[in-house]
Design a protein around this ligand. Structure first.
Ligand SMILES: [Fe+2]
Length: 403
């Protein structure tokens, strides 16, 4: 009976078969890495064998599933000219995830013709470090491969990583036209070159080489999509602009529209019954920072299924409370956007909800006035990953003495 955990006194969002979960006062028992019992408030007889968490006055929610986050890049390369070891950076990222209630994190690893932070070495280092720290990390770290469609030379690597089981979701990204436009300005070119860890002339050459490979882009996309379908790996298209963008990727089996940029693309995704991802920072900021759609409006009109941390981890915890406060949806519905729905899109049937037998990924929060929230504790795979109020814990030994 190792790692028994009992959460008492909280208001728990438990899984509903259809629609959002329901709130109830319930005791939640965790056994090893799984939820073993959700029951009425009365303490089970074997409390003495458990670590008890007093959740009085708190909400008990499923741990957050982040389908796309790349804030880890700031731990690796906090300044354009400074690069730190991946083991130090990813350990810090893991602590940030726990302190923001994120129990499953898909790291957006861009594999691009640009090179540098978005090149082969950087991608390999990140994947290797994610694999190396699996045994001791708090969150479940996974790889969201952001494949730049003009990276023709990257095809074989992508296929190898997919077949080796190193990739959990693939998103087709197409940033080349925008980068080419921006690079008309020397200061922008210099900034891209710095991220790519090369000089401006070298970056311009890489851009031209990538443009020269345009005729191969469709073949590369189709080949990667086939590999993903064969392995059951979910796929997304990124920044859909038009209805036909969405249709084109839907036909390839990419059923997720990540950050659709227009109403047309969003409506088409909805009509096709696809999942749509929008940024949780967009909710917190009250709109897109780059001229896109407002996520809060999309949620209000039931056109957004999933929120992603994108570039800011705290946003996933706070966005649902803000959505509920502004009446865009209920809190139970908002919480689906950061737990159950992303888990389903990732085809992870063992998490995203509080239910018997599910992975013991839970967070305990204090709901504050005005749509605010404070994280009190994160439990990831049955282990306490973060705790702001340790006095709420009654350790096994102490409890036995008191009993
Ligand atoms: Fe983008």
């Amino acid at each position: 009976m190792d790692n028994e955990f009992l959460i008492l006194g909280g208001t728990c969002l438990t899984h509903g078969e259809e629609g959002p979960g329901t709130w109830s006062k319930a005791a939640v028992s965790l056994s090893n890495a799984f939820i073993s019992r959700i029951g009425p408030e009365a303490a089970p007889a074997d409390t003495s064998h458990a670590t008890v968490f007093d959740a009085g006055g708190l909400l008990v929610l499923p741990g957050i599933v982040d389908i796309h986050g790349d804030a880890f890049e700031r731990q690796i390369q906090p300044r354009p000219e400074t690069v730190f070891p991946h083991d130090i950076a990813l350990a810090d990222t893991d602590r940030q995830l726990a302190a923001n209630g994120i129990t499953t994190a898909c790291h957006g690893v861009t594999y691009s013709w640009e090179g540098g932070l978005r090149g082969r070495e950087a991608a390999l280092q990140l994947m290797e470090q994610v694999e190396a720290q699996r045994a001791f990390a708090h969150a479940d770290h996974r790889i969201h491969l952001r494949f730049e469609c003009h990276h023709i030379d990257g095809l074989q690597d992508a296929l190898a990583w997919i077949s080796e089981g190193r990739v959990d979701i693939v998103a087709f990204n197409e940033h080349l036209p925008a980068i080419a436009r921006k690079c008309a300005r020397p200061e922008k070119l210099a900034a891209y070159a710095e991220r790519a860890r090369c000089d401006s002339a070298t970056f311009r050459q890489r851009l031209q080489d990538a443009q020269a490979g345009s005729e191969h882009v469709e073949r590369v996309i189709a080949t990667i999509a086939t590999a993903c379908r064969e392995r059951g790996i979910p796929m997304a298209s990124h920044d859909d602009e038009t209805e036909s963008d969405r249709e084109r990727f839907q036909e390839l089996g990419a059923f997720i529209s990540e950050f659709p940029r227009t109403q047309d693309a969003l409506f088409r995704a909805m009509a096709l019954d696809n999942s749509t991802i929008m940024g949780a920072p967009n909710v917190l900021l009250g709109g897109s920072h780059c001229g896109g759609l407002a996520a809060i409006d999309a949620v209000r009109s039931r056109m957004c299924d999933i929120l992603a941390s994108d570039y800011y981890y705290p946003s996933l915890l706070h966005a649902p409370f803000k959505l509920a406060f502004h009446g865009a949806c209920s809190l139970a519905e908002a919480w689906q956007l950061v737990s159950e729905n992303p888990a389903a899109a990732l085809r992870l049937s063992d998490r995203g909800r509080i239910a018997d037998g599910a992975r013991a990924d839970l967070i305990l929060v204090e709901q504050r006035p005005e749509g605010k929230v404070r994280l009190i504790a994160t439990i990831a795979a049955g282990k306490l990953a973060y705790c702001a109020e340790p006095e709420r814990l009654v350790m096994r030994q102490a409890h036995r003495l008191a009993a």
